[in-house]
Design a protein around this ligand. Structure first.
Ligand code: GRF
Length: 195
């Protein structure tokens, strides 16, 4: 019973939804929340007939109201596992507590390297290339109160080619993210990975 939080394009979310539809992942997509009313992620959810919610701090200036709106939208739809898929807001401890140990995120690098505050999106790939890394990848991890810090559940690597730019590296990593997220969720569903 998956609930997604996504801020932008939601390609990871779509990859997971497609895997469910194609019978490659034993799960159900129950709700999608975005802080961004114009996000492609919300559009994708509506196209798929999945309950879609725009929940932002503009709509809910009080932090506790915002948390409650997120928790209620997820719980009302039977969500037991929260999937962060390009969600650009820090999840409050209250929301994490409400789904204790069952909030997952994907990060576009091999944590614990290249993670933490400020290391998101293209900044991650810029840092990887600047550091001269020969290998990068993606990490699925549990979410706790600190950025990119919770238990690592699964990783996959990609080679960094000498002529890679942050943009080409981002494309390569995003491709494996889609596979890695689905594979990790299926391993959780089958009990191979325990959360
Ligand atoms: C991905 O690179 C993910 O690692 C990061 O945000 C990006 C989301 O992409 N957390 P998308 O919205 O799933 O296309």
């Amino acid at each position: 019973m998956l609930g997604f939080l996504a801020s932008h394009t939601g390609t990871n979310m779509q990859a997971i939804i497609d895997a469910i539809k194609e019978g490659r992942l034993d799960a159900k997509a129950c709700a999608v929340i975005s802080n961004n009313s114009n996000s492609v992620a919300l559009e994708r959810a509506r196209n798929e007939g999945i309950p879609a919610y725009h929940i932002s701090s503009k709509k809910y200036p009080d932090e506790q109201d915002l948390d409650n709106a997120i928790i209620n939208a997820l719980k009302e739809n039977g969500v037991d596992t929260v999937i962060l898929a390009g969600y650009m807001k820090k999840l409050s401890p209250r929301v994490i507590q409400a789904f204790k140990g069952r909030v997952l995120n994907i990060h576009p690098a091999l944590l614990p390297k290249f993670g933490g505050k400020g290391l998101y999106g293209m900044y991650v790939h810029e840092a990887v290339i600047e550091a001269g890394e020969k290998v990068s990848g993606a990490t699925v991890h549990l979410v706790d109160e600190h950025y990119d810090h919770g238990r690592i559940l699964n990783q996959r690597t990609v080679e960094v080619a000498p002529d890679d730019t942050p943009e080409t590296l981002a494309q390569k990593v995003l491709k494996i993210e889609h596979q890695l997220y689905v594979e990790t969720l299926q391993k959780i569903a089958s009990g191979e990975i325990q959360i």
